[in-house]
Design a protein around this ligand. Sequence first.
Ligand SMILES: NC(=O)c1ccc[n+]([C@@H]2O[C@H](COP(=O)([O-])OP(=O)(O)OC[C@H]3O[C@@H](n4cnc5c(N)ncnc54)[C@H](O)[C@@H]3O)[C@@H](O)[C@H]2O)c1
Length: 354
Amino acid sequence: MSVALVTGSAGLIGSEAARHFAGLGMHVVGLDNDMRKYFFGEDGSTAWSLVNLTSKLGDSYTHYDVDIRDRDVLKKIFERYGRDISLVIHTAAQPSHDWAAKEPFTDFDVNAVGTLNVLEYTRQHSPDAAFIFCSTNKVYGDTPNRLPLVEQETRYEIDANHQFANGITEDMTIDNSMHSIFGVSKVAADVAVQEYGRYFGMKTASFRGGTLTGPAHSAAELHGFLAYLMRCVMEGRTYNLFGYKGKMVRDAIHSHDVLTAFEAFFRSPRSGEVYNLGGGRFSNTSHLEAFAIAEKIAGKEAKVNYVEQARMGDHQWYVSDMAKFQAHYPDWQMTYNVPAILNEIYEANADKWM
Ligand SMILES: NC(=O)c1ccc[n+]([C@@H]2O[C@H](COP(=O)([O-])OP(=O)(O)OC[C@H]3O[C@@H](n4cnc5c(N)ncnc54)[C@H](O)[C@@H]3O)[C@@H](O)[C@H]2O)c1
């Protein structure tokens, strides 16, 4: 039996991972305690997603309602499956930039210490497993905001001659910038994952996500930008838009494309790697542009409350350069762009949100 252990298995990326690897014939062991509901309230709860998962995957899925901060229980799960675990996908996290400042201890315990817990038990019990960690572009702090940007009608853009014109590479420094409390806990985890590759020789990778999105997101105001934006347009809810005239740019990657990238790494893993992971030049949007696409799809006008003050440390322009990952895994291809992603979020949630 080959086991894929997925933390945060009811979340956006975790649930896609569970479906993906069960589909490849693996047994999936999922860990999730619906802590997203604690972070973001009822909107954020992933309970519905867990119900879908267990009913769809049947015997190929085993769920543990466990907190990754609980070392005793976590240890028992790793002891139980041991070397049958050939893949660990670690997605469980406090994922919001803004929420982290409310409870820095909780944020750091979940994101940094929780990651160390999962890493160390993998080393003790399943050392040959490929270990995939969902890091974030917030590890670069607000350094991207120092790039030379040009204001266009609907977005900011980088100077076309700049070294990052095709997107930000993994060479950008993660030092000397404002990260937000969330960025700090993710840097700690990102570096620990790299170190378990370098120091212990494990097959680890930190994937520094841009906007990871898809219909399985439990869209909440503080996390899940594209899904929440679509939800607001569909429900007629007011969207609070913070700063930069709504022209800030994000690159968005669909959870399906995230999982095909993870599968490529799993099939041919490397040690201590770091990859940027986003929509890149193929799939990016400003908030203003995303509203226009969402309005067209839903046939409804967006209600927007513009707030002058940008979120602290928020990126003004972030597009990932995917060249390093594509050079290591040339068969991998991105399939969804922003309109296709928004369309799918709309179709999948029409019953719930309209
Ligand atoms: N979605 C994005 O735009 C984005 C961007 C960059 C990085 N990431 C990272 O990718 C990962 C997955 O993101 P997502 O959007 O799927 O998040 P998500 O919130 O949808 O999923 C995370 C899941 O983890 C669970 N969880 C949280 N704390 C837990 C704990 N202590 N113990 C057990 N389970 C716990 C939650 O209940 C949730 O179901 C996160 O690490 C996040 O920081 C996400």
